[in-house]
Design a protein. Structure first.
Length: 129
């Protein structure tokens, strides 16, 4: 669209100052300080995650970063890990034993309780006036 029309005419039609348009354009081209910090933090997170053989989740990564002197929130670290698809490995590395007869049979109750009583029979009555 800006190839067909002058920037000044577009800004006037949209009610935007040309300096505001160029400031917006510059902000789009270069990331802000928070985005730059997130890029550096994401690199540190990926390094820590790779050194842990992809087993550390966000709480442990946060702990390692604190030991290195960086203070960041766990949710921010989790969000950056999720964006980079850095997921911790599950805790079950070995296969569990198949169920045996002792684990599948129901056990006796520890405290003996009498069986529940049946409900009382329903009595119907009529009121004659």
């Amino acid at each position: 669209m800006k190839n067909d029309h002058a920037i000044l005419a577009l800004c006037q039609n949209l009610g935007v100052s040309p300096s505001g348009y160029y400031a917006w354009l510059e902000r789009r081209r270069t990331p802000g300080p928070r985005a730059q910090a997130n890029q550096q933090l994401a690199g540190s997170i990926q390094t820590i995650h790779a050194q842990s053989r992809q087993t550390y989740g966000s709480p442990r990564v946060q702990q390692v970063l604190r030991q290195q002197g960086h203070r960041h929130g766990r949710k921010r670290i989790a969000r950056l890990m999720q964006a980079a698809a850095s997921v911790a490995a599950s805790g079950a590395a070995t296969a569990s034993a198949p169920p045996t007869a002792t684990t599948t049979t129901p056990s006796r109750p520890i405290v003996w309780r009498p069986p529940p009583r049946p409900p009382p029979p329903i009595k119907f009555g009529y009121l004659i006036t």
